[in-house]
Design a protein around this ligand. Structure first.
Ligand code: GLP
Length: 234
């Protein structure tokens, strides 16, 4: 595990986008595992700038997102598809058909989850996975639990996650209570994992990477990853 303790959010984003840029240059067909949330925004901004100013090429890249709310349409400005399109994909030259996000409107959600697992296998796994972290230690939407859920699955969001996410909705009643998320196995099988967190995540990141490995703190499983990079504001 490599840990970078940086002073500012900007430094964190610069360090992480540098990792992505180097990997994409080295392997232009990289499969990028992507995250939503406010932590990731500055990283996408940097990558867009690299594309616009230095022609960083995304035309062979494929992207796989961690999660999506159930019940929101793609044009709902709180869906993760909307977030990704507007904050990243629309500003680079990735092919839209190579950007994958679980479909939270699928009629058969179990089938959708299985198909997502198969897709990742078909892509030969994720090369570089970006992760934010919830205050309760969740990664993607893998909430604290009594066991690690391995594959893509439907999850009932915990009260604190719904409350945290409600800041983006007009009321708590409108905030989705369920989501589809990659499982822990999908995440841990990525060839490289980058865990990012701002100042407010310092405590939970330290608990995750130095504490016990337990499904009660889902991110703690990352301690077992051979190529984990943690970038945190300290
Ligand atoms: C949501 C997402 C996670 C993200 C987390 C943290 O729960 N599903 O993937 O890591 O939010 O978000 P933020 O970066 O806004 O704190």
């Amino acid at each position: 595990m490599k840990i970078y303790r940086v002073k500012t959010y900007k430094e964190m984003c610069d360090k992480i986008s540098e990792e992505f840029v180097n990997d994409i240059i080295e392997n232009p067909s990289s499969v990028l595992g992507l995250a939503t949330g406010s932590t990731a925004l500055g990283i996408y901004e940097n990558l867009i700038n690299k594309h616009k100013q230095e022609n960083l090429d995304f035309s062979f890249v494929k992207t796989v997102n961690l999660d999506e709310y159930i019940g929101l349409s793609n044009d709902n400005d709180q869906s993760y598809r909307y977030y990704m399109d507007n904050n990243f994909f629309n500003h680079i030259n990735v092919k839209k058909e190579n950007t994958f996000i679980p479909n939270g409107l699928a009629k058969d959600l179990k089938k959708e989850c299985d198909a997502y697992d198969e897709l990742i296998q078909k892509l030969n796994g994720i090369d570089i996975q970006l992760l934010g972290i919830g205050h309760n230690g969740h990664i993607g939407f893998n909430e604290p639990n009594n066991s690690f859920k391995k594959d893509t699955h439907v999850v009932d969001l915990h009260k604190e996650t719904i409350e945290a996410n409600s800041r983006f909705f007009s009321s708590i009643e409108e905030t989705p209570t369920t989501a589809i998320t990659l499982g822990i196995k999908n995440i841990i099988q990525a060839k490289k994992v980058i865990l990012a967190g701002g100042e407010d995540k310092k405590e939970i990141i330290e608990k995750a990477i130095f504490g016990d490995i337990t499904p009660e703190v889902p991110a703690s499983i990352l301690q077992l990853h051979e190529n984990l990079i943690v970038v945190m504001v300290d």
